[in-house]
Design a protein around this ligand. Sequence first.
Ligand code: PLP
Length: 393
Amino acid sequence: MPENVPENVSAPSAPQQLSPATLAVVAGRPARALDSELNTPVSLSATFVGGGSLGAAALGYGRFANPTWEALERTVGELEGGRSLSFASGMAAVSAALHLVPADATVLVPHGAYNGTHSLTAQLAAQGRLRVQHVDITDVAAVRGALAGLGGGRALLWLESPTNPLLEVADIAALTAAGHEHGALVVVDNTFATPLLQRPLELGADVVVHSVTKFLSGHSDVVLGAVVARDEQLLAALHAHRTFHGAIPGPLEAFLALRGIRTLPLRLERSQASAAVLARRLREHPAVARVRHPSLPDDPGHALASAQMSGYGALVSIEVAGGRAAAEAVVDAVRLWVPATSLGGVESLVERRRRHANEPVVVPEELLRLSVGVEDVEDLWTDLRQALDAARP
Ligand code: PLP
């Protein structure tokens, strides 16, 4: 019993275990007190008055810490089961995580990873900062072989699951174990799954990164990133990177992201249910050569996603019969779906990913990535079907 509790009074029972859907609503709030604010306000101070009793724990300066970031960070940290730091963008978070390993380390990158991660790792390799090797993260034996081939040199295993936009699913626990056997640091980009569907730290990963821009914020009005880790040394290195490279979030963006997280469970539930409906219907459409969504029983990632995730996510990728021109015709013909890059917002977006020059070549030219929003699924299907009908070979 804690010292300050009189012996004749029972200690308060252990705090209730809250589900992630509840944590999304209650985490990161100011301490509850009569007349206190329910939400952490936007704090716009570039500096904080010094000399107080907090000493080294004081916020100090607006590049070191900010109360609004901290509310967001507590929430993302609780959802992922670690401690979080927010960054100016998902790419700033990716960059900070890549800088955790020393110069000359080898980064194993999924061959179909997000194109920004591909470009940044290629740039760091060209500068001699890192070595890069592309791996098939759906093949644990191949990744293990690649790790063994490094001969014990410093390594970082970068995982993304499901990947953007191929929706390949990686066995995070098995790959993390393989990475650790070979002394590698394991980072997981959890942007597509969100902590509601998958918690990589619980599967053994060292660091999680997020493009908070996407599902967490959820309204396509914020660009923001986050990292999450448990190890104090890693967190200190990530914090130092943020402080000295300066990729700090804006307080208003942090506020908006936290406001978005409050409804993440509802948005995700709706979007991923619609995504599964659309995936099944798209498979029957003659203008569609292939549908990728882990909910489909014959999708290569289905079994693993069923075991590792608590939902299949709200991204669907399709390969349009008739190739690149037919895929572009579909994008031109949609009226409700928005032809735009990004994903994870309340509005449904469609994009031919190879229109980006830096998209990995493993992504087919005719692939369209569909980010399913929260509109009525029948309206989404009607619009998509008319666009596919128009592009039918
Ligand atoms: N990781 C993934 C999987 C992404 O899809 C993105 C952006 O699309 C990023 C990282 C980068 O995030 P941001 O655009 O917020 O910098």
